[in-house]
Design a protein around this ligand. Structure first.
Ligand code: P6P
Length: 335
């Protein structure tokens, strides 16, 4: 693998050779990547930058915001608002959509993001990340509304995340497979380090927060019980468990070596479909997983087919190695 292919060159070649992405989308993705570089720099400074700890405020989810949550959100807004590629943005950290100010040219894309996913891990120096999703603004020259964002995940034109861990790695799809770019801090650029990422169809590793076990629905309990029985049980093999409590980190592991990730509905808040957000967590991650040969459902339905009802709606998530996701989905169909 040639190690001198930058993100910019990769995107130009995607644009030129496969007509896959228009110039405006390429430029938008390069701006998002630059914003992620800035966020990585702030994250890496940690206590030295005075950015750890709580911001003493709450977001639309009712969650206490970390200082870095707010910093990351502002970096993404400021980096993207002037470029002319976007019409509006939506963020986990903001109640309503953010319209590009009139002083800047309006573009044809909508950008959604979780600016810093896994922020409960910030203060304990465990990997966190930025998740982003790009949709096209619906035709018509009327102003953008929240309704314009409510498109099924299969309408995405780009999706990805940047994980801030031992390496800073940008993982991206524009509909032609999944590519990974590692940040070369000496050059200050993202360099292609893997393309055509593939998730193995089978796995021996599951990721779920086991402390919620008593709250799960029967199909999830059945699946996990069988995994825990190991080779003596119906699965005939031992399983391992991982739970980083950073979706970005758990999904990155699955894209790298396979596995199944679950954040299912549980009876603590029966009116909520799940904990994770559809528009800027489940949809981008599900497209990446599918583009890498995996599968992603809410236990019943392909996540990318779900029609959103509201911007911050939540969803149950089962994603990763295709054969495991299909087994779990079958268990749900049997109830
Ligand atoms: P729990 C992080 O807050 C997050 O949204 C995901 O990144 C992660 O998978 C999940 O919540 C962790 O939730 O309940 O295990 O802390």
């Amino acid at each position: 693998m040639s190690s001198n292919i930058s993100l910019s060159r990769y995107l130009v070649e995607q644009q030129r050779s496969k007509g896959h992405i228009p110039a405006d989308l390429r430029l938008l993705l390069e701006v998002v990547a630059r914003a992620c570089k800035s966020i990585s720099h702030a994250v890496n400074k940690g206590a030295l930058g005075g950015v750890l700890g709580s911001a003493e405020s709450e977001n639309v989810q009712g969650e206490v915001q970390k200082k870095l949550d707010i910093i990351a959100n502002e970096v993404l807004l400021e980096a993207n608002e002037w470029g002319g590629h976007l019409a509006a943005m939506a963020s986990e950290e903001m109640d309503s959509i953010y319209l590009v100010p009139n002083r800047y040219p309006q573009g044809e894309y909508l950008l959604l993001f979780d600016p810093l996913d896994g922020s409960s891990n910030i203060d304990v120096n465990v990997s966190i990340g930025t998740i982003f999703s790009v949709l096209k603004k619906p035709e018509g020259n009327q102003g953008v509304t929240e309704q314009d964002f409510l498109q099924p995940g299969k309408q995405q034109v780009a999706a990805g995340y940047c994980i801030y861990g031992p390496q800073t790695t940008l993982v991206l799809t524009v509909g032609d497979g999944v590519a990974m770019f590692t940040l070369d801090r000496e050059q200050g650029s993202f360099v292609l380090t893997q393309e055509n990422v593939q998730v193995p169809a089978d796995t021996k590793e599951f990721a779920i927060n086991m402390s919620n076990m008593r709250h799960w629905a029967d199909p999830v309990r059945k699946y996990i019980d069988e995994c825990l029985q190991g080779k003596e049980g119906p699965r005939g093999k031992d399983f391992n468990m991982r739970w980083i409590a950073s979706m970005v980190a758990d999904v990155h592991r699955i894209l790298t070596r396979g596995g199944v990730f679950m954040y299912p509905w549980d009876k603590r808040e029966p009116h909520k479909a799940g904990k994770l957000r559809l528009m800027y967590e489940a949809n981008p991650m599900s497209w990446l997983i599918e583009q890498a040969g995996g599968a992603a459902t809410n236990g019943h339905t392909r996540i990318l087919d779900l029609k959103p009802g509201q911007l911050h709606e939540r969803v149950s998530v089962v994603l990763g190695s295709r054969n495991e996701v299909e087994r779990i989905t079958q268990y749900h169909a049997q109830i």
